[in-house]
Design a protein around this ligand. Structure first.
Ligand code: FAD
Ligand code: SF4
Ligand code: SF4
Length: 1002
């Protein structure tokens, strides 16, 4: 076929390029088209409002563009209708699943078609033929959980496997650390069902040469496509050009352009080949630009060999680690991944990852994580020893710890978080996606990296290195700012230089993340003029109107257009109550979200972040959605953004659980951002009555204690309680805790200290407002426990913690309380006389919020005080490890304890101190409930409009687990609201760890 060269650029769909909120005529045009779509009778959902458009304006890349709207199709027929509509109105469509693409694949001005909400079913598992058929919105790890029961596995694994969906993995032809064994998604694809750009339905699957030629006949779009490919690839000149220009076939990871090089290897074009023709090979990696997928059939692998271990090689230079990689490949590893010093250093600053670094020896410049799987333990052991000795003999590396089981999971967690954790740096100089996905022949990797380092030197910039060393692909992220014009110039210059360098190695500019709009501009250079034209022919035949994800791969806009940040515009600054200096300002704190989407995973992945998303599965209820909206509005409107009702609505379902503070690899702290937002919002709109009631918990309880019988009569009588709840804005079904006979403080004022008190030391106990007024029995047992263990207990003079004010955004009041507590407690509290807390949410404010609520000398004092504030379990462990306590103080108590950790505790101290403290009792069998948030989150679950969501969150894991637990097990929950939620929903009384330890005293 004569190649059509110098074709005019493809027409842009009319509505996509120009739409903005301001352009009125476009609005009318859009409104007309949207009305048409609304009347199309979709089973799914549609949204065109400004907030939704903003939420879907980004993915995990540097790009941002407002889409015209978002549609969530529900059925295959919906997809057909939407594509036909788009074709009629020439509106472009941007298919999307989890939106974790790194090259801007999901960013565009058209209509986002999101498959994550309704296309989540596994349609069929065929264990005999090892096949599975899924909808595009099935999450990779959840698919594997279902396959595991059949002894099967879908191999390709991205670092985002706990949220990335199969549709997106096909779109980007994703793969991961184990690609030496399982290849990429393309290699597992059998059949795809979906819709072509004219709305016609099609199934792509394996075809013999005869079937292929039959498909070429007819007047359908499908037949045209088959004919076009036939004409292109039958041409020997075209095939020779592809062989000459495409990346080397020895590079297994090649995501450059459309995979014409692979398509021409089938029996239709290569008589020596037995491989059937399959368009799936082309669709994989085509980034939604050719076809919309509704069903995916995959082949599966048997589960990997059962014996697994990691050898973690430690190296004093990057170059050494790359040479060691070549040695390791001789031992058939299942993965060989590189992590450099930058990432290891950043992981120190992340609360969650910092706990996973204990395998490291010294301060390596780079580590190689080399995984082996073998059928027997002996074979595994032999391989580990042989590799270590080979590395030592070659003088490569200085330490080689081996890890198994949960220890190896820690290393993988660190590796997976690598991409996101490096973003957690103050200021705008961040590691950038610009050259983060190149692949070369693995034997050339050391030379290539040497040249790459020279290039970085030429530009005067530092760079982060990590990734899939085994397959010649490293993620290199040069560090610079995209907030300055100079940074944007650097963005282009580096991209251009790297493209030239990769071409000189006949490498692939993309190994797994795809071309998107980041690398699309360089495709012509990477594959040459003639191959680029072939790519154009493919695109035009599949999608003559250019409605399917335009501007990705082919005819991409300039790579420095539509960036998230406008260069030269410093983030607006204003006076805040919290000190945001550590983050570089409040806007910068929201900007830390890079869209990687760790917060859009489901409860099946474990963890706390983000409970509201886990329950609703809506972008606006995720940490990412909230951070994105905050960032966009604050950047555009400065402080006035904080008066926005739109933001108020989106932040409303944030429970303030702090799950994100530790589990978001970039440490986006939405609870704090929301509190600061509410403070400013109240300045403009006033403080609602209910917020005042909640923030005055302490004062209200003081009043109630004047007539506790009256309080208990009202809240102990269902009809009165419901009426009172309604008046206050609480849900009528929510019980309100009754007041105990006396408060902790009043009991303490007349109690007789135990004879042992003071023998081992002295402590101060923080009588927080929740324990003091409602859970005094727990406070009393804590005092008795500490005294029996030999500590003199003093309840010092202090005010309430301020937690209720913090949660309702009354920050000035919280600051006032923090100041008083710091003034009163700082002179008393020392390492030898620490302050002990019982209720995590109230007490951990000393360590988390207080230092940032204060300034100057008070801030310094708050920090000093924080270092001597210990939760009861942390204190006990400290005393045991110092040898001042031994566990013979407890009697043997044989029982199972099911523990649910409080979110703030999980975020700030981790739950392991509680587990270990409970395990001090001989016979305790402590089992963590794999729950996230209980759903109550302070006052959240009481509030009328939040009650249902609170229940939904609790029902994800915690509540059903508690219901199933035999009555002989103790349920343990350190948080007062968690205990309340458990009691309301299951009727079971959960105990505080102090009560359980008290019961075990000898
Ligand atoms: C921190 C981090 C680590 C990563 N690590 C890896 C890694 O190890 N390996 C790797 O390969 N990638 C990695 N990625 C990139 C990304 O996560 C993967 O490409 C992932 O598979 C994308 O899945 P998704 O569900 O987010 O897809 P999306 O980003 O939503 O979509 C991906 C592409 O598929 C298209 N698409 C989606 N649904 C359809 C449909 N129904 N029909 C047609 N086209 C569709 C979209 O238009 C888009 O072009 C990483 C990204 C991040 C942020
Ligand atoms: S909030 Fe954190 S986890 Fe979520 S997308 Fe942003 S950076 Fe990733
Ligand atoms: S504080 Fe909790 S609910 Fe709010 S965004 Fe973070 S993880 Fe989600």
């Amino acid at each position: 076929m004569p190649l059509v060269t110098n074709q005019p650029p493809m027409a842009s769909p009319v509505m996509t390029a120009k739409l903005s909120f301001e352009s009125q005529p476009q609005h009318e045009l859009v409104a007309e088209a949207m009305a048409d779509l609304t009347h199309a009778g979709l089973a799914g959902d549609l949204a065109f409002d400004e907030t939704t458009r903003r939420l879907f304006a980004t993915d995990a890349s540097e790009y941002q563009e407002l889409p015209v709207g978002v549609v969530w199709p529900d059925t295959h027929d919906d997809v057909r209708k939407i594509v036909s509509w788009a074709s009629r109105h020439q509106v472009s469509l941007i298919p999307r699943t989890a939106g974790t693409s790194l090259a801007g694949q999901c960013v565009g001005a058209g209509l986002v078609m999101d498959f994550s909400r309704h296309f989540r079913r596994i349609l069929n598992i065929d264990p005999v033929n090892r096949r599975v058929t899924v909808q595009p919105g099935v999450i990779r790890n959840e698919l594997n959980a279902a396959l595991a029961t059949h002894g099967l596995l879908f191999g390709p694994e991205t670092s985002t496997a706990n949220r990335a969906m199969i549709g997106g993995m096909v779109g980007n032809n994703s793969c991961g650390s184990n690609s030496i064994i399982y290849g990429s998604t393309r290699d597992q694809l059998v059949r795809l069902r979906g819709v072509l750009s004219d709305g016609s339905e099609v199934v792509f699957g394996p075809l013999s040469a005869e079937e292929f030629h039959e498909k070429c006949a007819g007047a359908t779009r499908e037949a045209e496509i088959y004919r076009a490919i036939r004409d292109l690839l039958q041409d020997a000149g075209n095939r020779a050009e592809i062989t000459r220009e495409y990346p080397l076939a020895s590079i297994p990871r090649r995501n450059t352009g459309y995979a014409l090089d692979l398509l021409m290897q089938c029996s239709v074009f290569d008589p020596g080949s037995s491989e059937p023709f399959n368009f799936c090979r082309l669709i994989a990696g085509s980034e939604g630009t050719l076809f919309v997928t509704t069903e995916i059939e995959l082949q599966c692998n048997p589960l990997p060999p059962p014996h697994q271990a990691l050898l973690v090689g430690h190296f004093s230079s990057l170059e050494q680690s790359l040479r060691a990689n070549l040695v390791a490949l001789g031992f058939q590893p299942s993965a060989c991944e590189l992590i450099d010093k930058h990432i290891l250093d950043c992981s120190r600053e992340n609360l969650d990852l910092a706990r996973k670094r204990d395998f490291l020896v010294g301060d390596p410049a780079a580590i190689l994580v080399i995984e082996f799987r073998r059928d027997t333990e002996t074979a595994l052991q032999e391989t580990l020893l042989a590799l270590e000795s080979a590395l030592r003999n070659a003088d490569l590396g200085y330490a080689f710890p081996t890890l198994r089981g949960s220890d190896s999971s820690k290393v993988w967690d660190l590796r997976r978080a690598g991409q996101a954790v490096i973003n957690n740096v103050t200021g705008h100089n961040k590691p950038r996606e610009v050259a983060e996905d190149t692949a070369v022949d693995v034997q050339s990797l050391p030379d290539y990296i040497r040249d790459f380092e020279a290039l970085m030197k030429k530009h005067g910039i530092d760079c982060v290195y990590y990734g899939h060393a085994a397959t010649g692909e490293l993620h290199m992220r040069p560090i610079f700012s995209l907030h300055s014009a100079e940074g944007v110039r650097m963005f282009r210059a580096v991209a251009q230089d790297v493209a030239t360098l990769v071409k000189s190695y006949r490498g692939s500019l993309s190994g797994e993340h795809g071309d998107g709009r980041l690398r699309g501009e360089f495709l012509r250079q990477m594959i040459g003029e003639r191959c680029y034209d072939m790519v154009g022919v493919v695109k035009r035949t599949f999608d003559p109107l250019n409605i399917l994800n335009p501007g990705k791969i082919f005819e991409a806009p300039p790579m420095d257009e539509s960036l998230r940040h406008t260069p030269g515009t410093p983030p607006p600054a204003w006076n805040t109550v919290f000190d945001w200096k550590g983050d570089g300002g409040m806007t910068a704190a929201a900007e830390k979200c890079n869209g990687a989407g760790e917060c859009v995973r489901t409860h099946l992945s474990g963890g706390t972040m983000c409970p509201s998303y886990m329950a609703t599965r809506r972008e606006e209820d995720s940490t990412r959605g909230r951070a994105n909206l905050l960032r966009q509005l604050m950047t555009e409107r400065g402080k006035t953004a904080l008066q926005s009702d739109e933001l108020h609505r989106v932040l409303d379902l944030c429970l303030g659980c702090k799950g994100c503070k530790s589990e978001c690899p970039s440490n986006v702290d939405l609870a704090r951002l929301k509190a600061e937002f509410l403070e400013a919002y109240h300045d403009r709109h006033g403080i609602p009555l209910r917020s005042r009631i909640i923030a005055n918990f302490d004062a209200i309880n003081r009043l109630a204690r004047l007539a506790p019988w009256a309080w208990n009569a009202i809240f102990g009588t269902p009809i009165l309680r419901k009426a009172a709840n309604r008046l206050a804005g609480f849900h009528p079904l929510r019980s309100i805790p009754l007041l105990p006979r006396e408060t902790l403080r009043s009991w303490f004022s007349h109690h007789q200290a135990d004879a042992a008190a003071g023998q081992r030391g002295e402590v101060y106990l923080f009588a927080d407002e929740f324990t003091n007024f409602l859970d005094s029995a727990i406070g009393i047992k804590t005092v008795q426990l500490l005294e029996r263990l030999g500590y003199r207990v003093t309840i010092p003079d202090h005010v309430e913690s301020g937690r209720s004010s913090l949660s309702k955004g009354l920050l000035k009041k919280a600051r006032h309380l923090a100041r008083q507590n710091v003034r009163r407690l700082h002179p008393l509290i020392t390492d030898r006389k620490p302050l002990i807390g019982i209720e995590p949410s109230a007490f951990l404010g000393f360590r988390d919020e207080y230092p940032d609520l204060l300034r100057g000398d008070e801030q310094r004092q708050a920090r000093e005080l924080a270092s001597h504030c210990l939760m009861l379990d942390e204190f006990l462990l400290r005393e045991f490890s110092a040898g001042r306590l031994t566990n013979d103080v407890f009697r043997e108590c044989s029982r199972v304890i099911r523990l649910h950790g409080h979110c703030h505790q999980k975020a700030l101290t981790g739950i392991s101190p509680t587990v270990r403290a409970l395990e001090l009792v001989p016979g305790h069998d402590v089992r963590l409930i794999a729950s996230g948030c209980c759903g109550m989150a302070g006052s959240f679950g009481y509030e009328a409009e939040h009650y249902a969501l609170s229940q939904e969150i609790g029902e994800l894991v915690l509540l059903p687990t508690v219901r199933q637990e035999p009555k002989t097990s103790a349920i343990c929950a350190p948080g007062t609201s968690c205990r309340h939620q458990i009691h309301d929903a299951t009727g079971r009384r959960a105990q505080h760890p102090a009560e359980i330890l008290w019961e075990a005293l000898g």
